[in-house]
Design a protein around this ligand. Sequence first.
Ligand code: ADP
Ligand code: F6P
Length: 483
Amino acid sequence: MSKTIIISNRLPLQISIEDDKLEVTPSVGGLATGLKSFHKDGDSIWIGWPGLTKEEIPENLLEKVQSEAKKENCVAVNLTSDEIDGFYYGFSNRTIWPLFHYFMQYTESEDEYWQYYKQVNQKYADEIIKHYEEGDVIWVHDYQLLLVPNMIREQAPEATIGFFNHIPFPSYEVFRTLPWRDEVLKGVLGADLIGFHTYDYERHFLSSVSRILRYQVDFNEVTLPDRIVKVDSFPMGIDYKKFEDAALEHFKNTEKEQSELQQRLDHHLNATPNAKMILSIDRLDYTKGIAHRIRAFEYFLDKNPEYIEKVRLVMLAVPSRSNVPQYRRLKREIDELVGRINGKFSTVSWTPIWYFYRSLPFENLIDLYTSCKIALLTPIRDGMNLVAKEYIATRTDHTGVLILSEMAGAAHEMNEALIINPNDFEQVSAALKQAFEMPEEEQMERNKRLQKRLRRYSVEKWAQDFMKALKKTRENQDSFQST
Ligand code: ADP
Ligand code: F6P
């Protein structure tokens, strides 16, 4: 029977070793959380990196790592620490990630990183070929594996290959600065269908293909000598039911069953009349606009002192890519900013910012989503931003206000949120005031519309749409080749 082979840099499970024992935890990040439910429900295997380098796994535990992965229908790819440095911390996160998010000042063009990127992409492609059988559908994910589609095509010309990019694709003027732009575009074009979150990313990609490679592009199709490649947008949704059910369950809990975090959140709300909490959740990443957000919050408190002691910014930042210097610098900047602002505004009984720098269990995420009447998400650039969608799904009484950056892919589908430019502190501050003053009926009206849409365009629907389009592209392809 044919199967789907999912392939992404990181597996949905991360393995670590504590006292010679393996620990398995879920991965953080939109790709893993989103695709997990598709993988769980279907007949698929998932190939990726389990989070440990080859050197970190003792010989006697190698098999055990593979068998832990196998329990979840996953296959662990072994990467050495040099490969992780050059491919993951290097080309993926010091070249492609900053460039595709328009942080050109952070973009490094090291040939050594590129060599590792090619080597590791080949390793992933070879691993797929080991598991591939005729009739299987291969689905490659994200910017770490841009060369993989063509590497598979070279070894299995008849394979059905889809590629989905989870981050923005930048405009031609930015992309053209990449020294390896031709190879990258040709790598992705090994796929039959290429998907992006938004129409803008799709157009940027097509314009790069036509202007850099000079290939024929008609509407959303690229004509190659032997094949036609289709490019389309598929905005990724969330597992709506999982978040809605978790929120409903959360409200059933008696006081005794509440987490410590929830008790502290309740304490703040009960101690301060009319108190409201503003939530932000992200990986600690410079694209997420965390420093901008804190400065905009300071601006808001400066301009609206009547909110002192009535409002708290609850900020969860999950550690991410800390071997890359910009991430370490950002961590220091955020620590300093939080310290300065808490020092500036705190009173004996109140601190304006609660800052958590760690990964929290799912139940705590739900505590935060359900307790905060406002969510403030201000990325400078973000492929999608699933947190925005998850926040709305957990507002089961329909109250709550989402303030969302127009630079997030999700903003295209979430017009009912308060959409802001994260660089405009005046606008963010005005949105915060509007959120505090918004009548409940208006909140409910906006959220009901959002919820209806998010429920319908869930991650299951996203995956089905992509798969349906891939199969159709493939059928058209076969008839193109036989003419
Ligand atoms: P990105 O993919 O850039 O990290 P997204 O907002 O699209 O950004 O996705 C982040 C995902 O990570 C969300 O699904 C969110 O629920 C999940 N997440 C964030 N923080 C945590 C955490 N502490 N523990 C587990 N999952 C988390
Ligand atoms: O959504 C973008 C993305 O890079 C995903 O590919 C990844 O799962 C997530 O962010 C987290 O990043 P990383 O795997 O580098 O920790």
